[in-house]
Ligand binder design. Structure first.
Ligand code: ARG
Length: 588
């Protein structure tokens, strides 16, 4: 189906043409005076210059040409030359009815389906997930789903940080604590133990301890760097230990992401492209892209039009070690060889923007990507506490994602069980669903690039612009539909009718925005557009609900019309929360 505004713009364009003016002037927009009309067209104002005529005269001509319109019930020319438009009920009901019958509510399939890699999550192995990783996971997951809904092939890649200094730090600390482990015995040739020499909680204690020590003790840091070097160069015991770290950490990460309903197609890490690096470096040297600078190997990426300095992209340090850049570039090379995406999207903290500018420029300059491969950086802002500073635990420590989720689950459980008798298991499950909605919606309803305040009280409220409010609205609709079915009537047979009240019309008008919203959300990689759409839709529904007797309605056809509209509203809301990455319970 075509976007609703395009359909009514076409009608307006025909009217301009019929009145002897350029059809291009017929663009219709949402009214900025909803008290006066539903839509407006300002084409007569623009036409005034073109035709050397008073705008109101043009507007009057166009209004007259709309006399028999099937789309508009009223087209009013008002001074100085605006056209105020109101829709015909039958036309609106027809469009909404078509949406209900169409696959994806009429969203057209992508004209050119693209293959896209989305790089998000980006946790670091052996470091506990903290709230900073939440945003990448939540936003990335939603962008992935929005892309898929729009008909693209989107491949999510977690891009684990599994190869850097943190690995050397852990190995070094383990060696200090348990020097007799076979991993540290270079003469050992037997099989290493199958069981890891630590649990996840030990691992999570070891890393910060090691990191702390390395800041104070230069010799310790030196040893950690050496351990990293040995690991990367394949020392057997270190590789075996690293496998354990990876294994223990990744199983824990999987559990955490599962709880968040975040699902990656690829669990690749920095380590996976380790072997791509030497060839890539050779190539960059041979082609003359990379040159030496103070011992290091760099690629210049500054451009004449730059207004601020963009430093060269460093490929190898003076000691020959590779860097974060190097792995990202090697990953691009690897993706271009094995996946051949049209577009790679990175969902990363916006403080890494300059870094990605360098990486993208370097990838283009060195032709690691094709000239038409898109590279996009979606930078997100910081999640702050109510004090406006980065979100912390009560005692000022880094908040672990797990504890945050557990906290909110518990609060939701309290809320759900306080005034209701709910079986324990259902209450727990519902609490988890509502908590997830609270967290994700709280994040996604903000423009990604902005910092936002993680306000648990506000996010978990059942009222206002929140996830729980949306879920509550869906549950309310489900309950009415269930009662309708219990009356022995069939929702599937119900057909949408002309709206009988302004609240019903308003609800339908909100529904019509779905297609353009979903396309825009993808074009702009902007989940917040989905949020603001469903917030308006939920409000419109609730107004309709409060003003309308649905189950008590005696006119069967009229009641069926309401029910069909409810069903459509519910399906749209459910589709939207699904692309946001959460779902609604049956009851709450
Ligand atoms: N592991 C990185 C960090 O915690 C994020 C990775 C982002 N993705 C990337 N391709 N560089 O900062």
């Amino acid at each position: 189906m075509n976007r609703f505004l395009d359909v009514i713009s076409e009608e307006m364009s025909a009217a301009f043409e019929a009145a002897g003016y350029d059809a291009k002037l017929g663009k219709v927009t949402l009214s900025n005076r909803p008290d006066l009309c539903e839509y407006q067209c300002n084409g007569a104002m623009a036409g005034a210059k073109l035709y050397h005529k008073a705008p109101i005269a043009i507007a009057n001509d166009v209004a007259a040409a709309c006399k028999d319109s099937k789309v508009f019930s009223s087209v009013e020319a008002v001074n100085p030359g605006f056209l105020n438009l109101t829709l015909k009920e039958a036309f609106l009901a027809d469009y909404v009815g078509q949406m209900a019958e169409s696959d994806k509510f009429g969203l057209p399939a992508a004209k050119v389906p693209q293959k896209i890699v989305i790089d998000y999550g980006g946790p670091n192995v052996a470091k506990p997930l903290h709230v900073g990783h939440l945003r990448s996971a939540v936003i990335g997951e939603s962008i992935k789903r929005i892309g898929r809904y729009n008909g693209h092939e989107v491949i999510g890649d977690i891009h684990l940080g599994d190869w850097g200094l943190q690995m050397g730090l852990i190995i070094t600390e383990l060696k200090e604590r348990e020097p007799d482990l076979p991993y540290f015995d270079e003469s050992f040739t037997g099989d290493y133990p199958k069981e890891p020499p630590f649990t996840i909680s030990q691992l999570e204690e070891i890393y910060p301890a090691a990191s702390e020590k390395s800041k104070k003790d230069a010799a310790y840091k030196e040893r950690a760097m050496e351990a990293t070097f040995k690991l990367q160069n394949g020392v057997r015991g270190y590789r075996a230990l690293w496998q354990h770290i990876l294994h223990v950490s990744v199983s824990d990460l999987r559990k955490n992401y599962e709880k968040l309903h975040v699902d990656f197609d690829l669990w690749n890490g920095e380590s996976d492209v380790h072997e791509v690096i030497p060839g890539m470096v050779e190539y960059m040297k041979k082609e003359g892209y990379a040159h030496e600078s103070e011992g290091a190997l760099v690629v210049d990426v500054k451009e004449e039009t730059d207004t601020k300095e963009i430093p060269p992209c460093m490929i190898l340090k003076s000691d020959g070690a590779s860097l974060y850049n190097t792995t990202d570039l090697a990953t691009i090379k690897d993706r271009m060889e094995h996946i051949i995406p049209d577009h790679i999207i990175y969902v990363v903290d916006k403080r890494q923007e300059l870094y990605f500018t360098q990486v993208f420029r370097c990838a283009r300059k060195t032709k690691l990507v094709k000239s038409d491969t898109l590279l996009t950086f979606v930078g997100f802002g910081t999640m702050n506490g109510k004090d406006g500073k980065p979100f912390k635990t009560r005692d000022g420590g880094v908040m672990r994602l797990e504890s945050l989720l557990q906290d909110i689950d518990d609060q939701m459980y309290e809320k759900i069980t306080t005034n209701h008798e709910v079986p324990e298991e259902e209450a727990r499950q519902t609490a988890q669903m509502v908590a997830l909605a609270a967290i994700k919606y709280g994040d996604l309803s903000n423009q990604a690039a902005k910092d936002y305040i993680f306000d648990v009280e506000r996010f978990t409220s059942f009222e206002g612009d929140t996830g729980p409010y949306i879920l509550y609205t869906i549950v309310r609709i489900k309950s009415i539909l269930n009662k309708y079915a219990a009356m022995g009537k069939d929702v599937k047979q119900a057909k949408i009718l002309k709206p009988g009240s302004s609240a019903e019309k308003e609800l339908m008008l909100n529904i019509t925005g779905f297609i353009s919203m979903m396309e825009n959300a993808w074009e702009e990689l902007a989940p917040h557009k989905v949020c603001s759409y469903i917030y308006d839709l939920a409000n419109a529904f609730n107004r309709f609900y409060h003003e309308t007797k649905i189950l008590q309605e005696e006119d069967e056809a009229k009641q069926a019309g309401y029910v069909a509209l409810l069903e459509l509203t519910k399906e749209i809301l459910e589709t939207c929360i699904d692309v946001l990455g959460f779902a609604a319970p049956e009851r709450m």
